[in-house]
Design a protein around this ligand. Sequence first.
Ligand code: ADP
Ligand code: MG
Length: 230
Amino acid sequence: MPVISFANGKGGSGKTTSALLLGCEFAEEIDLTIIDADPRHPISRWASLADTPSRLTIIENDSEKTILDQIEEASSKTTWVIIDLEGIASRRVSYAMTQSDLVIIPAQEQQQDALAAIDIIQEIERDSRAMRRTIPYSVLFTRTRVVAKSRTARHIAEQFRSSEKIDVFDTELNERDAFAALYTTGGTLRDLNSNVVNNIDKAIENSYAFAAEVVRKVQAIENNRKSEVA
Ligand SMILES: Nc1ncnc2c1ncn2[C@@H]1O[C@H](COP(=O)(O)OP(=O)(O)O)[C@@H](O)[C@H]1O
Ligand SMILES: [Mg+2]
């Protein structure tokens, strides 16, 4: 049943890349659906480049009028549903977030992304109030440097990580050629050619750690919900 959406009003924060990596990791083991709800349909475009994992279904969403039906239908067919959202605030984004068990907010360690992350957190809190249910969310730092982070990057990450209110992934998605290469080659990290792309094994390790942390978070959220009901 888990529905995971990726939201941040800023383009280029890493929503599509994180959604795609998560989808490919899960597809190693389970059936899942990605709803591509970005008008430019980057995930459909990726899927057109090469074979995609057999356990992964991709559907396009083009309207706020159909997003709720599509989420419901996808949830009835596959256990996990991942939604890649557009980089603006819209009713479609809110609808998707209200149906989510976890909203992941990808953000680069930059001021503009951090501000956009705060905006979407405020939107999630308004949507939670409107729905009278807490919508869990977590910030995921993306495109981070493996070595020699800038002072600004360290400062932004520390501010989020020290906040009592805001949940942040321990895992960061590093800036890696392998992640960007997926958009030109199609397929998964495991299909990349190591003669052409550097450090594929590190990228796989990173992507796997991210997926494992998503699973742990969703389990914790479900356990919390059960103990509230009990
Ligand atoms: N971790 C990463 N490492 C390398 N390149 C990345 C990474 N995340 C994103 N990119 C690149 O940055 C661009 C924007 O990322 P994307 O995931 O499309 O952001 P969004 O969906 O939030 O607009 C993409 O072209 C992608 O190739
Ligand atoms: Mg995108």
